[in-house]
Design a protein around this ligand. Structure first.
Ligand code: ZN
Ligand code: ZN
Length: 143
């Protein structure tokens, strides 16, 4: 690992996040929950580790049995998605200036995307059923 660090912040600047060794590929989620949450689609940025400042400005919302979503309670910026079974967390790529040239790793829940939400590129795409089957094969349950 290179030890590369990128820093991001919410719209008002109350929350600062540093991600170490970020993956330079973004996973895009087009599910209907992410659309409602973000207004369009969620762009998941992950890294080896992270550091968060501004805890008092963060609220976490339990959006389903298996996930929590963090947002800035001052400006409303979407901050992160935590998959509770593993504790794995991804951050909204738009928080990080460095991410603007990253590529798309894959796009998921493509069968739920809005007609105005089509992304260019030949990256892999998965439907909701494909995502859920892959997760079940990995041992997770969503029933
Ligand atoms: Zn904020
Ligand atoms: Zn989603």
């Amino acid at each position: 690992m290179s030890g590369e660090k990128i820093s991001g912040q919410c719209l008002c600047g109350a929350v600062h996040i540093t991600v170490t060794d970020p993956k330079h590929e973004i996973e895009v989620c087009q599910c209907d929950m992410c659309r409602r949450w973000s207004g369009s689609f969620y762009t998941a940025l992950t890294g080896e580790s992270h550091d968060i400042q501004g805890e008092e400005s963060i609220t976490e919302y339990r959006s389903s049995d298996w996930a929590e979503r963090g947002f800035c309670n001052k400006c409303g910026s979407s901050l992160w998605y935590t998959f509770l079974p593993t504790g794995g967390r991804s951050f909204s790529a738009g928080l990080f200036d460095a991410s603007i040239n990253y590529t798309i790793e894959k796009e998921i829940f493509v069968d739920e995307r809005a007609t105005w939400s089509r992304l260019n590129g030949d990256h892999p795409c998965q439907t909701a059923q494909e995502v859920i089957e892959e997760a079940k094969a990995a041992g997770f349950s969503f029933d």
